[in-house]
Design a protein around this ligand. Structure first.
Ligand code: NAI
Ligand code: MG
Length: 484
């Protein structure tokens, strides 16, 4: 099977206008999680390659890319978006093989990547400063300026979507980027680099260096010539990135996942809620930062909802990504072990229902059957910690205050939703739920290019997506002119 993205050698890095082998000559194997076979070798970039990439980004920022007008930046992003759509089948297949996500879900990510390019193409020339009334004889105004070189360390769960929201916004406002994709899945990051090149993005405006986190990732986050860091991934590595950012006093955006609740009141439309409740837990095999892993339901309808969700769970099928079932494999055997460890910790809970791994799923694949647990202890590990697998718990609550206390009772705060027909309750919950996004009578795991996104608490800080991201990728300059 040809998995060379757009005909590229996947063991090369994009530095400046060139695809080149990492200086060390080292590679890492890329595994197909659907069957455990090796897909290809990727570059094991290290500090030397990161240095070259940062230097190339700096030169682009000081050179043609830094001088490009907002209109020119918008046009090149629009061309990238067009190319993404022209290559959508190839990109979806690469993402499906690499991440293990069912083909249809991978295709949705391709479309989201194109949408990010379209959105930020349109936004590039619409970021305005202000004029500020000041003392007599002064005119004061603000300029939104790019930081310079931005470092983007992204995970394996949604490579295309996270490239779109992070690199797309950074480029729109004129930063030059160094992208370090995850060692588990980086083929679409390579393809994106090539499409950007073909679209006419000036050399060095985007550099792509795959490699291990502890080498390429650590080198990028510690680099003294990087002006902003954006990271999506685990809390543990987020702390390391924030520490590196502190050393260099650079701003950092962290998106570290969550334990996002959906709160279902007794008056909710269960039929409307049901597909959202389950999909938000099993989409991408639960490996979604905004996965909804906790379903809170009023005690009067607990049994009814648990039964309805169980009905769905028993029909869920897990199998190879290209078979396009409900759930693919997890990204790796390592992730499978993490998730199985959590499932074992649920041994003292009632297992309400399981999905099924299809009989012909290859032995070497990283499959985990989806699990639904009933949970009467909101402090249980499965109700507190991010599992990052197809596992949900259903928790009863007594009344609104109790629901809010449970919903807000973890250290995370990324997304939450509230299902109720009571308008006043919707408004109260929207304010009380601790989360960067609150959905009322819907849930948008990973969706919404236009919607500012990010967390509080252990979920991180800073906002990506939507127009808001453009503020994070710029720094504000105030100009005070005295003219008498
Ligand atoms: P990770 O945080 O190690 O990986 C994310 C990215 O960080 C990858 O590109 C990796 O190469 C890089 N990285 C790793 N160590 C680094 C270091 N020392 N310096 C700089 N960059 C480094 O996440 P991992 O180990 O793949 O997954 C473990 C858990 O993290 C998951 O079970 C899940 O709970 C959470 N996670 C959350 C994500 C989210 O979307 N918020 C995405 C991926 C993982
Ligand atoms: Mg790790």
């Amino acid at each position: 099977m040809d998995i060379r993205p757009l005909g590229l050698d996947p063991s090369h890095c994009l530095i400046g206008a060139e695809w080149i082998a990492p200086k060390s000559g080292q590679t890492l194997p890329l595994i197909n999680p659907s069957d455990g076979t090796a897909l290809c070798d990727i570059a094991a970039g290290d500090a030397e390659d990161i240095n070259a990439a940062v230097a190339s980004a700096r030169a682009a920022f000081e050179g043609p890319w830094g001088r490009a007008t907002a209109v020119e930046r918008g046009r090149v992003l629009a061309r990238i978006g067009q190319l993404v759509l022209e290559h959508k089948d190839e990109l979806a297949r690469l993402e499906a093989l690499d991440v293990g996500k069912p083909y249809k879900q991978a295709m949705a990510d391709v479309v989201a990547l194109a949408r990010y390019m379209e959105f930020y193409a349109g936004a590039a020339d619409k970021l305005h400063g202000q004029t500020i009334p000041y003392l007599d004889g002064y005119t004061v105004y603000t300029l939104r300026e790019p930081h310079g070189v931005t470092g983007h360390i992204i995970p394996w769960n949604y490579p295309m979507q996270i490239i779109g929201r992070s690199v797309g916004a950074a480029l729109a406002v004129g930063n030059a980027c160094v992208l370090k994709p995850a060692e588990e899945a980086c083929l679409t990051a390579l393809a994106f680099g090539e499409l950007a090149r073909r679209a006419g993005l000036p050399a060095g405006a985007l550099n792509v260096v795959p490699g291990a986190g502890a080498q390429a990732g650590a080198a990028l986050s510690a680099h003294e010539d990087v002006d902003h860091l954006s990271f999506t991934g685990s809390v543990g590595v987020g702390k390391l990135i924030q520490t590196s950012a502190a050393e260099n006093i650079v701003p950092v955006t962290l998106e570290l996942g969550g334990k996002s609740p959906q709160v279902v009141f007794e008056d909710a439309d269960f039929d409307a809620a049901l597909p959202f409740l389950v999909n938000a837990g099993i989409q991408n095999a639960g490996q979604t930062c905004s996965a909804s892993s906790r379903i809170l339901v009023h005690e009067s309808r607990f049994d009814e909802l648990l039964n309805a969700m169980s009905g769905r769970y028993t029909s869920l099928k897990a199998g190879p990504a290209l078979d396009d079932l409900d759930v693919g494999p997890l990204v790796s055997q390592r992730q499978k072990q993490i998730v199985e460890g959590f499932i074992a910790k649920g041994g003292d809970l009632e297992l309400a229902a399981s999905g099924e791994i299809v009989g012909d799923a290859p032995e070497g694949g990283a499959y985990v059957a989806p699990r639904l647990f009933a949970c009467h202890e909101p402090d249980h590990t499965l109700a507190q910690d991010e599992v990052f697998g197809p596992v949900q718990v259903v928790i009863p609550f007594r009344d609104e205050d109790h629901a809010v206390a449970i919903a807000n009772g973890t250290r995370y705060g990324l997304v939450a939703s509230c299902w109720t027909r009571d308008g006043a309750r919707q408004m109260r919950l929207a304010r009380k739920l601790r989360a960067g996004q609150v959905f009322l009578n819907n849930y948008g795991a990973g969706g919404g290019v236009e919607l500012p996104f990010g967390g509080t608490g252990l979920s991180g800080h800073g906002r990506e997506k939507g127009f808001e991201a453009l503020y994070g990728f710029t720094s504000l300059k105030t100009v005070a002119a005295y003219h008498g």
